[in-house]
Design a protein around this ligand. Structure first.
Ligand code: NAD
Length: 325
């Protein structure tokens, strides 16, 4: 039986990945500061609560051979966490330390399997994302570098470090750039939630005919990748010989205002959008999937409307369970 180690297994993508790998027949060890919020902790065969900034934790979790390692652990969140500037030092320090430890210990242990690193669309330069009709970011567009957040700079540094360890120590890396992954069982409040989940929560809680707040003018655009598609992309990437970097995203571009309208339709509510000052990130961001189609024959299958319906209904049911609606 193949063995996988999922770092960040208590997080959104991580706990879905644990479930997915179990279905594929892997023995899975998860590691995180916390257990998954919305699913049973025993989905993994073994779950270690530990701080990946701490070298001792690495000694403990690498006590056996793994075929595949998925490095998803990062100090991250949505625009409210990443773009205010208030968390910059922690974001850079904590995530870099996790990646420094990861590569150092994989080298020390002479790791022979594959390691997946989850980079982000946030590595792309601000100057290529000023148009809401963004034609799609190609992998090579990351340079000359000018990410609009420290989160993006850390990801770019770490991407480079994964490739450097590949060149110098033959670590078998796969570096993917996720573009706005969303779906059920993700954080929807507390300050780290992303736009789709935040909008679903606000709309679910609002009374029909009421109002919800949107940061900025809402004309900023993004594309969003449904979690099941993301997992399939990760799997195909791991099974390929290509090292990356590779976009895992969608080409279905939508403005935040139109996303809010889509969710209102799903909810059957008419609400006023009140635009207030807030962190918005770049003006327009879309993924170009030319390389990923060519290298691993993958593209997302889930239309945004379908994925958002599933996400909205899950968030609505969570809020109902809590007696909030
Ligand atoms: P998440 O915040 O839900 O998961 C990250 C997990 O890492 C959390 O559970 C957190 O507790 C854990 N973690 C943080 N610091 C740790 C530490 N010191 N030791 C152990 N665990 C620690 O985020 P996610 O949405 O599941 O994203 C997973 C990865 O994908 C992250 O690296 C993220 O940067 C990247 N990514 C995600 C998206 C997205 O849209 N979700 C987009 C681009 C990139």
């Amino acid at each position: 039986m193949k063995k996988a180690l999922v770092l960040g297994a208590g997080g959104f993508i991580g706990h879905h990945l644990v479930r997915y790998l179990k279905k594929l027949g892997f023995w899975v060890r998860g590691v995180d500061l916390k257990y998954p919020e919305f699913s049973p902790k025993d989905e993994a065969d073994d779950f270690v609560i530990g701080d990946l900034r701490d070298p001792e934790v690495w000694q403990k979790i690498l006590d056996q051979e793994f075929d595949e390692i998925y490095q998803l652990a990062a100090d991250m969140g949505g625009a409210g966490f990443v773009f205010t500037g208030e968390n910059d030092a922690d974001i850079m320090h904590n995530s870099a330390l996790i990646n420094l430890n990861c590569l150092y210990y994989l080298k020390e242990k002479k790791f022979k399997g594959k390691v997946f690193y989850s980079s982000s669309a946030c590595v792309y330069p601000e100057y290529r994302q000023t148009d809401p009709n963004n034609p799609g970011l190609k992998e090579e567009d990351a340079y000359p570098a000018q990410p609009d957040s420290e989160y993006g700079w850390e990801k770019l540094f770490s991407e480079r470090m994964y490739f450097a360890f590949h060149r110098n120590y033959e670590i078998n890396v796969r570096v993917a750039r996720f573009h706005n992954v969303y779906g059920p069982e993700g954080t929807y409040e507390g300050g780290r939630e992303k736009a789709p989940a935040a909008l679903c929560r606000k709309i679910a809680l609002a009374k029909d005919g009421g109002e919800i707040e949107i940061w900025g003018d809402g004309e900023q655009t993004r594309s969003f990748l449904y979690i099941d598609d993301a997992l399939e992309g990760v799997r195909k990437f791991m099974d390929s010989d290509f090292l990356g970097p590779l976009n895992l995203g969608s080409e279905e571009l939508i403005s935040i205002n139109n996303l809010a309208k889509m969710i209102m339709e799903i909810a059957g509510k008419k609400l006023n959008l009140k635009h207030i000052p807030g962190p918005t990130g770049v003006r327009g961001r879309n993924a170009d999937l030319t390389l990923v189609r060519q290298k691993i024959d993958w593209e997302p299958k889930t239309p945004l409307r379908v994925g958002i319906e599933k996400t909205y209904h899950w968030i609505e049911s969570e809020l109902k369970k809590q007696g909030r609606i």
